[in-house]
Design a protein around this ligand. Structure first.
Ligand SMILES: [Zn+2]
Length: 271
């Protein structure tokens, strides 16, 4: 799970207008119109916001993603259907699982949901950043971060992210990463980066690492597949890399950013 800032993309025009007539229809027992909440401009802004990944598990979904309501709409809560802050981009699996107990409160689908007991990455609870609430251990399992670890949103998000399915995807991704790093014979360069960090964190040292990386036959491919924030499960990789390459989450992020700038790659590329 990665924190996002909704103001970076802005409210989609199809939601930024008077929708009171549409909301009244839901209040009177009608269905929410997917033509509105799933309008192209909503989809494209959500894809941009979440870098084409599921807002919860961070698997790449691209054009297979669904628009989901963090708090389910209901005739008693009709405005939720079209509230920009309530809409997210999700994989189908997460969308299905979050409707179940203990994530949906109450669990009874006939009753209006009063809460979703998960962290909303565009509005994390307790004034915290997502990074302060959720980390990953060397087994690719989500664990609580430094703060507020006993709150139910945090406990349930950890449980949600450690479901066998997303955990299996993260493990597979990690195995691929390690294989590529070893095949490309660049483990020693990563170690060198770590050592440079310990001596002096000046910019020119990032350049030395970037020069080494770019000289590798698979340097760009490694960046593209694993080092970009846009890469699937980047948040997990960022923490797990410590246990093998002894790079902190911040080092990993810095290395990724340094390489992107060095090569002049865009933050989000065209598909
Ligand atoms: Zn997902």
């Amino acid at each position: 799970m990665r924190q996002v800032d909704r103001s970076s993309v802005g409210v989609p025009p199809s939601l930024d207008r008077d929708l009171s007539a549409e909301i009244s229809k839901i209040r009177e027992g009608g269905e929410a119109s997917s033509k509105i909440y799933r309008h192209n401009d909503v989809l494209s802004r959500l894809r941009e916001l979440y870098l084409d990944k599921c807002f919860l598990c961070e698997i790449f979904v691209g054009n297979k993603g669904v628009v989901e309501h963090f708090l389910p709409w209901h005739k008693n809560f009709p405005a939720r259907a079209y509230q920009w802050e309530n809409l997210n981009f999700s994989c189908k699996d997460c969308n299905d699982r979050k409707r179940k107990s203990p994530y949906r409160i109450p669990a009874n689908l006939h009753q209006a949901a009063t809460r979703t007991d998960l962290i909303d990455p565009s509005n994390p609870p307790f004034g915290c950043k997502v990074d302060e609430l959720i980390h990953f251990n060397k087994h690719r399992e989500a664990v609580s971060g430094e703060r507020e670890s006993l709150k139910s949103e945090v406990i349930n998000t950890i449980k949600f992210l450690n479901d066998p399915m997303p955990l299996c995807y993260r493990n597979r991704r990690w195995d691929e990463f390690i294989e590529v790093v070893f095949q490309a014979d660049c483990k020693k360069d990563w170690w060198a980066f770590r050592d440079m960090r310990e001596i002096n964190p000046a910019d020119w040292e990032d350049k030395v690492f970037c020069e080494k990386m770019s000289a590798l036959e698979r340097g760009d491919a490694i960046y593209e597949m694993f080092l970009r924030e846009r890469s699937p499960f980047y948040t997990c990789m960022k923490y797990v890399v410590f246990h093998v390459l002894r790079l902190s989450a911040n080092d990993f992020k810095r290395m990724s950013e340094a390489y992107r700038k060095y090569k002049g790659f865009p933050f989000v590329s065209d598909k």
